[in-house]
Design a binder for this molecule. Structure first.
Ligand code: AMP
Length: 181
């Protein structure tokens, strides 16, 4: 994909076939994160639509959303709010269950992290079915916050996640798209 500054981020994403199970093509961003130019380009490209955006916090989803979200928050001069797997946050939390292929999982946020009416930019590395990001949006809504946009390095559009988020009224910004899953 040709990006705004001509830097091809997709060259730095490593494809691992059959991980974590047969038939899945894992999009590994550790090779992007470890390259100084690719990491900066990815963070800049994630952030630039929001340079003049009206929002209060960046929220990131554990774990790769912390690396990218923290850097985006720093770039945009906002605070960062972690959304974590169940049982990891120390103070009082609010949780949101979501369905995985097999079974359910829960993500949590500190109950006092967001005030009613706060506007949030949500960050993760990849959107596939939208189950994880959709649950994060529902969780933020429970706290009284509003998700203005969600941004991801990678979109797997055939899995419909970005459309699911748009149906919730959330704008979606992605850098690299891959067909299939
Ligand atoms: P989903 O909830 O289906 O949108 O999946 C998104 C979450 O699962 C993200 O946190 C991704 O890090 C991870 N994920 C899903 N599919 C892949 C994939 N093909 N390669 C790498 N990570 C993935």
């Amino acid at each position: 994909m040709d990006l705004r500054n001509g830097f091809d981020i997709s060259r730095y994403i490593r494809n691992i076939p059959d991980y974590p199970k047969p038939g899945i093509m894992f999009r590994d961003i550790t090779t992007l994160l470890s390259n100084q130019h690719a990491f900066r380009a990815a963070v800049d490209e994630l952030a630039w639509p929001f340079l003049h955006g009206q929002f209060d916090y960046v929220a990131g989803i554990e774990a790769r959303g912390f690396i990218l979200g923290g850097a985006v928050a720093h770039t945009l001069g906002r605070g960062f709010i972690p959304i974590r797997k169940k049982g990891k946050l120390p103070a009082r939390t609010i949780g949101q269950e979501y369905t995985l292929e097999y079974g359910v999982d829960t993500i949590e946020i500190h109950a006092d992290a967001i005030n009613k009416g706060d506007k949030i930019l949500l960050i993760d590395d990849l959107i596939a079915t939208g189950g994880t990001a959709g649950a994060a949006i529902d969780l933020i809504h429970k706290t009284g916050g509003e998700v203005i946009s969600a941004a991801f390095v990678i979109d797997l559009p055939d899995l419909g996640g970005a459309d699911k988020l748009r149906a919730k009224g959330v704008k979606v910004h992605t850098l690299v798209g891959y067909g299939g899953h």
